[in-house]
Design a protein around this ligand. Structure first.
Ligand code: HEC
Ligand code: HEC
Length: 254
């Protein structure tokens, strides 16, 4: 009963508590009930990769819950006749992987954090709520995707871990000219590079003489913020929980 009460915010606001006990129970249930089709690491098998499911990564929890209780007609995704509490435990477990950022809001002054975001020039490279630059990832759903500690680390030490699809490259063309940016995509014929000026360049393999992958981030390390400003900035970013509707170019919906 206490667990169901703890779920009220999930049902009302589309957020789930990151209750470790529920997640642990959900893991056992997932392994016994779902892993056979969706894989032990959720990355798919006979059933789809759950990291590529909009419903799982971006939609409201009740849609996921109702899929588990009702199934999807005429597919192998049958309804699961488990007590509601157990179905929610499965949801909590899957979310602990696909929405690792979920958890209690980070303490701090959110409005002051937004001010820091503007002042420090973050919006020049990052979208939040549809406004901002494109050189770095859209941060509108960051609070779902990333735990607070990682958000903090991304700010003070951007090169520690590079966001998927944003590795920095330097391409030298046969003409001798060279170009830097992030390698947003590539296939057998061309490289798609987002240049530092925000424009896309499509470069044929035949045009390029050398491509170097750089190990550092294109994001400058943020310095000069007081501990309080940093805390407020993290609090602001952790509140960004827009549903994930757009997928990075490296995603395929199975
Ligand atoms: C017998 C195989 C099988 C089992 C067991 C199974 N699934 Fe599925 N699941 C599927 C298939 C196949 C689909 C795709 C259905 C379709 O074609 O739309 C699916 C679809 C889904 C989707 C929707 C993906 C999307 O966005 O379209 C979710 C979420 C999901 N399953 C979660 C689970 C969970 C959690 C469990 C365990 C309680 C589970 N499934 C058990 C086969 C299975
Ligand atoms: C010159 C452009 C630029 C500026 C300015 C910039 N960033 Fe970034 N940022 C990037 C790029 C490019 C990445 C992706 C590479 C990486 O993960 O380091 C990134 C990654 C991030 C990430 C990780 C996102 C993810 O999805 O993994 C966070 C969080 C972030 N930046 C926050 C900030 C904040 C806060 C500021 C302002 C203090 C800021 N950035 C300023 C370019 C920038």
């Amino acid at each position: 009963m206490r667990f169901l009460l703890a779920l009220l915010p999930a049902i009302l606001w589309g957020q789930l508590p990151s209750d470790p006990a529920a997640i642990a129970k959900g893991e056992v249930l997932y392994r016994n009930t779902c892993a056979g089709c969706h894989g032990p690491n959720l990355r798919g098998g006979e059933g789809p990769n759950l990291f590529h499911s909009r419903m799982v990564v971006g939609g409201p929890p009740r849609n996921f819950f109702s899929l588990l209780s009702k199934g999807r007609p005429n597919t192998e995704m049958i309804p699961f006749r488990l007590p509601e509490e157990q179905l929610w435990q499965i949801v909590a477990y899957v979310y602990s992987h696909t929405r690792p950022g979920l958890g209690p809001p980070v303490p701090g002054d959110v409005a002051a954090g937004e001010h820091v975001f503007e002042q420090a020039g973050c919006r020049g490279c990052h979208m939040v709520s549809g406004k901002g630059g494109v050189l770095g990832p859209d941060l509108s759903s960051l609070g779902l995707r990333m735990p607070a500690e990682k958000i903090r680390e991304s700010i003070v030490n951007p090169s520690a871990e590079i966001a998927e699809g944003y590795s920095a490259v330097r391409i030298t063309l046969r003409t001798g000219q060279s170009m830097g940016g992030t390698l947003r995509n590539h296939d057998n014929f061309s490289y798609q590079v987002l240049r530092q000026d925000g424009e896309y360049a499509l470069i044929d393999h035949a045009e390029a003489s050398k491509i170097e992958r750089l190990s550092h981030s294109l994001m400058p390390a943020t310095t000069g913020l007081s501990p309080e400003q940093l805390q407020n900035l993290v609090a602001f970013l952790h509140r960004q929980r827009a549903p994930i509707l757009k997928f990075p170019v490296t995603f395929f919906n199975y």
